[in-house]
Ligand binder design. Structure first.
Ligand SMILES: *Cc1c(COP(=O)(O)O)cnc(C)c1O
Length: 373
């Protein structure tokens, strides 16, 4: 089955009770035991497992072509569960421009547990090689990266990791499995903030991990998920599973909009730079063409001038709501530096744009008036 079909079929629950076509939501926290102590339906207690979470986990695993999926209450809860699988003294390499909270989490929470971190430019294979230490256990990739849309070579970095006995994990939130499947490129683990494209409507928080092989790491992650309990509710699982049904269509249509907007902005005299992997001028254009089947619906722009000039534009745009987050049906824009703080490497004049499903002519006209006025 192709991914569009998988998305529909994998999120459809067989309901032997009533024959419902749309999945029921199982709110029950506990499940009935037999007199011999066994569980006829396989469910015990909702923190451990429940029908809605199981459906979602199987679906995400199928879409990413991995063996086991794990759903969490947020993307950060998913990332946390993965880092909890490592031990004191282990070393992790991450991109210097990773999703801001990812690096803060390792430094501020896991630093105290004895995990050490080296941040590198993930587009520079030599820098990654130099950052590897004898105790390196994980290389964490985010591609395209937030917010500068840098592209990392997933296949080459997975090989580097495996060469020293480390694992490679990819935050695939910005690409989605519709346009990039890291496990097929050699990575071991995929992470998602399902708050973004999977949910797709800005109304549910969620996260997921998918592992390529059902080996030791998978049972460890299952244990961490059950014991630490950062799990999504059945209703949240249901919302994400519903989002998956239209994921392919949304990503394709939003990508088409993003391409057209990137082309428009790229030739505008008020724009200093457009960061979008679909532009041939993008520094890692060739890698993007190699590992992605399309180039996604996120872009960032640097406005000529300073932070204030950039922030003024967000006030003039009528169709791009100024708000954080991304991946929903509505277009959003955000000045990243002011949310990331002074230690961020993000340029002062950069605006991050999540392109939605509105009509592209309206979106371009909105930018036209904002840049002229
Ligand atoms: C939003 C996001 C996260 C964090 O996910 P939450 O669901 O907000 O916890 C991690 N990585 C990327 C790339 C994101 O966009």
């Amino acid at each position: 089955m192709k991914i569009e079909t998988l998305a529909i079929k994998s999120t459809q629950m067989t309901d032997s009770n009533a024959g419902a076509v749309a999945s029921p939501i199982y709110l029950s926290t506990t499940y009935e035991r037999e007199t011999d102590g066994s569980y006829a339906h396989g469910y015990i207690y909702s923190r451990n497992d429940n029908p809605n979470r199981q459906l979602l986990e199987k679906s995400i695993a199928l879409l990413e072509n991995g063996q086991v999926g794990f759903a969490f209450a947020s993307g950060m809860a998913a990332t946390t569960a993965l880092f909890q699988a490592f031990k004191s003294g282990d070393h992790i390499i991450t991109p210097d421009d990773a999703y801001f909270a990812t690096n803060v989490l390792i430094e501020e929470v896991f630093g105290g547990w004895g995990l050490s971190l080296t941040k590198v430019d993930m587009t520079d294979l030599t820098a990654i090689k130099q950052a590897i230490r004898p105790n390196t256990r994980l290389i964490w990739i985010e591609s395209p990266s937030n917010p500068q849309l840098k592209i990392s070579d997933i296949q080459a970095i997975s090989e580097l990791a495996h060469g020293v006995g480390a694992l490679c994990a990819v935050d695939n939130t910005w690409a989605t499995p519709i346009i990039q499947r890291p496990l097929d490129l050699g990575a071991d683990i995929v992470m998602h903030s399902t708050t973004k494209y999977f949910g797709g409507h800005g109304d549910v928080l969620g996260g997921a991990l998918v592992v390529k092989e059902d080996v030791y790491l998978a049972s460890k992650l299952r244990n961490i998920q059950k014991l630490t309990g950062a799990v999504p509710s059945p209703f949240e699982c249901w919302l994400v599973a519903r989002g998956i049904k239209t994921l392919a269509l949304r990503v394709k249509a939003q990508t088409a909009n993003a391409k057209a907007l990137a082309d428009y902005l790229n030739q505008h005299p008020q724009i200093e730079a457009v960061h979008y992997p679909g532009l041939p001028s993008h520094p890692q254009y060739a890698i993007a063409q190699k590992q992605m089947s399309d180039t996604g619906a996120m872009l960032s722009v640097q406005i000529k001038g300073d932070a204030q000039n950039a922030m003024n534009i967000t006030g003039k745009l009528a169709l791009f709501t100024t708000a954080t987050s991304l991946g929903g049906v509505e277009s959003l824009i955000e000045h990243r530096k002011s949310i990331e703080g002074p230690t961020s490497l993000t340029p002062d004049n950069l605006l991050r744009v999540s392109v939605g499903l509105e009509n592209i002519e309206d979106l371009i006209a909105d930018w036209e008036q904002a840049l002229e006025s």
